[in-house]
Design a protein around this ligand. Structure first.
Ligand code: AKG
Ligand code: FE2
Length: 330
């Protein structure tokens, strides 16, 4: 991946001529084939919507823990609501972050929105943001149709009604630096496409495929070079989830990433200085297929030279429920 994430001007796709759209599709295929990640500029989502979401996210996480905890998910299979620090467990380790998750405002049966008296405007902003992200996801599906020559019947958009999508407002609290810590454990995403919004403080790192031959997350974490992703508030990071990797027969990797010290704070750690690592906010929109979908590699991603990488099809709902049970086992 030559040590960096490709930047794609998506304005040339949204409002572009047929040739421009083809050229953007070509660039996106190349970027995702090489690294599983890319950075979109001119993506069509108004900056004011994004900024307002970060504003409400900060107000939400400022609430006292007992108030946030009242919004903890109960038995909802999607686990919408508030997840406190350390609730997510990856390979036995608890991530040092908290999140507030919500789904499609039209069909989510979520009873756990913060009260409008406390946070007036929160829900409205969250809903506007959801719809803006959904529109961008639809445009990315159009681009995927172009890349893999999918007609309306084969388009991945057919399998994405949006009912399983999740937005996560993420907060990594400030930490006094002592010893090693990782804010968000190394992982690859589960679903189809993730849109990731960063804001101010960095720390996100993406594994460089070219630097390792390993394939498991644990081994990749030990051996790979990790690339720092600069937090550009004008850009949206797009990355491939496991299920899209399956659809593309492995052509687009679901790349391992993690959240660690922001660059600039690692040196103080090395020199033994005891400075605080500032808190960090990010927002992720996870697009997931509808639960009943069975995932088979796209026809244009298999050939004699590229035989099926996975023997069986994969049911999206079964896979996601199994993975979520592992992540939130306490
Ligand atoms: O907070 C970030 O920048 C990354 C979050 C992430 O990778 C995730 O939630 O899957
Ligand atoms: Fe992720």
């Amino acid at each position: 991946m030559a040590g960096q994430i490709s930047v794609i001007d998506f304005g040339r796709f949204i409002g572009g001529s047929t040739n421009e759209r083809k050229s953007v599709a070509y660039d996106i295929d190349k970027a995702l084939t090489t690294s599983g990640f890319l950075s979109l500029i001119n993506h069509g989502i108004e900056q004011s919507i994004i900024d307002e979401c970060f504003y409400w996210s900060e107000r939400f996480f400022e609430l006292p823990v007992h108030e946030k905890s009242q919004l903890s998910p109960s038995v909802h299979k999607m686990r919408h609501g508030y997840l406190g620090i350390g609730k997510e467990i990856v390979r036995g380790e608890r991530s040092h972050k908290e999140n507030f998750d919500f789904g499609n405002p039209e069909d989510s049966d979520m009873e756990s929105w913060p009260s409008p008296e406390k946070l007036p405007g929160f829900r409205e902003c969250a809903e506007t943001f959801y719809h803006a992200c959904s529109r961008l996801i639809s445009e990315l599906f159009e681009c995927i149709d172009l890349i893999f020559k999918l007609d309306t019947n084969d388009s991945l958009s057919k399998h994405h009604s949006g009912s399983a999508d999740v937005v996560s407002f993420l907060h990594y609290p400030a930490v006094r630096q002592r010893g090693n810590f990782v804010r968000g454990m190394a992982h690859s995403d589960l679903g189809t496409i993730t849109l990731l919004f960063q804001h101010g403080i960095g720390g996100l790192q993406v594994a460089d495929h070219d630097s390792t031959r390993e394939t498991t997350t644990v081994a990749i974490e030990k051996t790979a070079n990790f690339i720092d992703v600069h937090p550009d508030s004008q850009a949206i990071l797009v990355n491939v989830g496991y299920l899209l990797m399956r659809w593309t027969n492995g052509r687009w990797p679901s790349t391992v990433h993690r959240v660690t010290w922001p660059p600039g704070f690692r040196d103080t750690q090395d020199s033994g200085m005891q400075t605080d690592t500032p808190e960090r906010f990010s927002i992720a929109f996870f697009s997931f297929p509808d639960y009943e979908v069975d995932i088979e590699p796209l026809e244009n991603c298999r050939s004699q030279q590229q035989p099926r990488r996975w023997k069986n099809s994969l049911n999206a709902g079964e896979y996601l429920l199994k993975k979520r049970r592992q992540l939130y086992s306490s």
